[in-house]
Design a protein around this ligand. Sequence first.
Ligand SMILES: [Zn+2]
Length: 444
Amino acid sequence: MDVGGVMGTIVKNVSIVTGQEEAPFIRHGYFKFADGVIVSVAEGTPSPEEIDRVEVIDGKGKWVMPGMINTHGHLGMSLLRGHSDDLPLQSWLSEKMWPFEGKMDREAVHHARQLAMAEMIKSGTTTFLEMYHLYMDDLAEAVVEQGPRAVLMRSMIGLCSESEQREKLKEAVTFATTWNGDGNGRITTMMAPHAPYTCPPSFIEMIVDEADRIDLPLHTHMAETQREVEEHRKTYGVHPLVHFEQLGFLKDRHWLLAHCVHLGEEELDILEQHPCVHVSHNPMSNLKLGSGIANVQSMLERGINICLGTDSVASNNHLDLVEEMRIAALLQKGAVLDPTAVPAETAIAMATKNGAKALRLPQVGTIEAGKRADFIMIDPQCLHLQPHEHVMSHLVYALKGSDVQDVFVEGAPLMLNKELKTFDEEKLQFEANAHYQRICEKLK
Ligand SMILES: [Zn+2]
């Protein structure tokens, strides 16, 4: 309740993609939120009593859906958009990505992330995951100040001495425990060994033990490329996921595995047997890096929870989950020669409630009473959304990220009428270019 005596906000005159099991879609309805929490969702029009002493937003036929959830990314790399394309993965990394990242300083990383957060909000993402090793405290402060929801972690590469590993682990634990729950619960944290090919098993074991101790979920890259799987087999005799299982890393632990492109029957069985293990599907990045196509259809048939991620703009090259939903749906149909694979409802779930489950965020992902008020609004008054009858279909097969008009997190507006409320868009563009040029100068 605010000092004016207004108790909450009602959004009326909208179509609502609720994401709820029963009544997943309300053609014409309204919903109320107060103190950042959804109080009620209903069909029809609110009564005069209901709108008494309440702020009313007239949606005028807009579509409302849960804010989208980007479950894998590296925002700190956002100045690398277009820096290098169309190269084999190994030379792309060693000749282009790593030298640039090696020259990045605090300001460059800060502006990269500002650009990324703003881009995500503009295309309807309300929650993002950041897995990176640089200046994580700066990002946490920005998230608290600028309003999105974020799952943050200090990523760890273990190709170093044991004392350096311990130093990184200490830093990751300090970061995770300092910020978990901050920003009125908008920040949560995870523990993140970078990947099986960059972290020896002994180091992953140390990380897993710490995650248990502080009760946090884990995130890592898994089986992104064929080459890394082959090399793991050469070194350890088994697929990295089988290795994880043999070492007891998966048992009763909440894991989110990014990519999972190269899994066979044995590995899919393992995922099926571990419902605490979730998959972040990053179709665009997997295509651009020539990594392959994840077997999403098989995972869905086995009941494995799959959500969506963009990865960084260096391998995407955008952070638009609308596009990612569409690619996820189309790619799978083409890959398994079946137009019924990944239907629109499934693609929407992957971008919303499946992501919430994978990030251990039961408070978001659907529009229903008791959930936090993280939602987006789309104005269907444009040619490519006509006729506007089939909302669920349009969200996946016709929508553009730039159609998103309004974005709310915890009931607070982060964008209204396509205007960002907590970012200066013009300044972001200027800074991104200035810092990119500056780092390029350092590389000469
Ligand atoms: Zn990644």
